[in-house]
Design a protein. Structure first.
Length: 381
């Protein structure tokens, strides 16, 4: 089998959301988002198999031409060669290539007639997820939302902390904890590594104060309480509180994750197969092994608007090769009425849904386990 072509599929018509929304991590400066987009990589072969991978929107036509020079005519089973020579230590680009890595794995799985996790070495068929909320609401609104999810079988939820006054953040978490009691795991994301010009960022002292307060509430983890570059400050937090300190979704390669883990800045790291320049499915698996070797964990980051379905499917293929002590959860973005299964997973013929026990089934079709909804794609081309 040989690779014959590579292309990026992007929507050309805007995908209008049911309601505008404001990402918490951009507050207070972000404008309402009224539409969403999709882009995905296709790798074609001479045997009629096409591999797909999420992302690719930032790959320019010129870069695609260079990528074709590297891959066209080669055997797609040589994923490790691509990961090392194009994405790895001697990689030639900082461009996000996780979608290409994923599309290669998709080809391998389809050619083998198996979902990728069974080729990598399966451990489980179902993976716990947490619902990641994405906006800032009132304490009462967040509490109602959490109770609704709990009643639907969701076992874990992530709240965003990005209000100008951090005590307002704390009030939201307290109200949600009082509403759901011990029936739900609660994570919180401070998003202190995201740029927002008029936001009142936490100092180390504020981060420590918040961490102690949240720890007393039994919060599972505090994500990105300080910038990714403040390794010393993050380590102080991780050494002080019992709850986990997590982060790293913006880390760009396996080496950066290794540094963060060996520095003991995080208890939980969050590789993202599309955001990191040199991560992908291959890199996520490597990060998991490094984390396990130093007694840490991974909870993969998954939030990519209109391509979340593909992103989630690929991430689950990696998570399914790991025990819960290494990968206890995978992220599952959801916040109706704007961010619904339809708007986030519309690219999939069959969406990935949370069952009554708070888990999702790992997609079972050959490759990354899912098929693209061609009707939806054609509608927006």
């Amino acid at each position: 089998m040989k690779i014959t072509d590579i292309n990026i599929v992007r929507n050309r018509k805007p995908i209008v959301l049911p309601e505008a929304w404001k990402p918490a991590w951009g507050m207070p400066d972000v404008k309402p988002m009224k539409t969403t987009n999709f882009s995905f990589v296709e790798i074609h072969t001479d045997e009629g198999i096409t591999g797909i991978g999420p992302g690719g929107g930032r790959l320019s036509p010129g870069f695609i031409d260079r990528l074709k020079n590297f891959l066209v005519g080669s055997d797609p089973f040589y994923v490790a060669k691509f990961s090392e020579e194009y994405m790895g230590v001697r990689g030639i680009s900082r461009t996000p290539l996780g979608g290409v890595d994923t599309a290669l794995w998709d080809v391998v799985g389809k050619a083998s007639g198996k979902p990728v996790y069974k080729l990598l070495g399966a451990y489980r068929d179902r993976v716990p997820v947490y619902v990641a909320t994405c906006q800032l609401h009132s304490p009462t609104e967040h509490a109602k939302e959490a109770v609704k999810y709990r009643n639907e079988g969701v076992r874990a939820i992530k709240l965003r902390l990005h209000r100008q006054n951090h005590t307002d953040d704390l009030e939201v978490v307290k109200t949600v904890r009082d509403a759901v009691g011990d029936d739900m795991i609660i994570m919180v994301d401070a998003n202190q590594n995201n740029y927002s010009p008029n936001y009142n960022y936490w100092s180390r002292r504020t981060a420590m104060w918040m961490a102690k307060k949240l720890d007393a509430m039994g919060i599972y983890y505090l994500e990105d309480p300080l910038p990714l570059s403040d390794v010393e400050g993050l380590k102080q937090l991780a050494d002080t509180v019992d709850m986990y300190i997590s982060g790293g979704e913006h880390a760009q390669d396996v080496n950066q994750f290794a540094f963060l883990l060996f520095s003991r800045a995080f208890d939980i790291v969050k590789p993202d197969i599309t955001m990191g320049a040199r991560i992908g499915m291959s890199g996520s698996k490597k990060v998991a092994h490094i984390a396990e070797s130093v007694g840490r964990m991974i909870v993969p980051h998954v939030f990519t608007s209109g391509i979340q379905g593909l992103h989630l499917a690929a991430t689950l293929q990696v998570a399914a090769t790991l025990p819960a002590r290494v990968c206890p959860y995978v992220e599952y973005g959801l916040e109706p009425p704007a961010l619904t299964i339809e708007t986030l997973q519309g690219l999939l013929k069959e969406p990935i849904v949370i069952d009554g026990d708070g888990c999702v089934q790992v997609p079972q079709l050959p490759g990354i386990g899912v098929e693209v909804n061609e009707e939806m794609v054609q509608k927006y081309l």
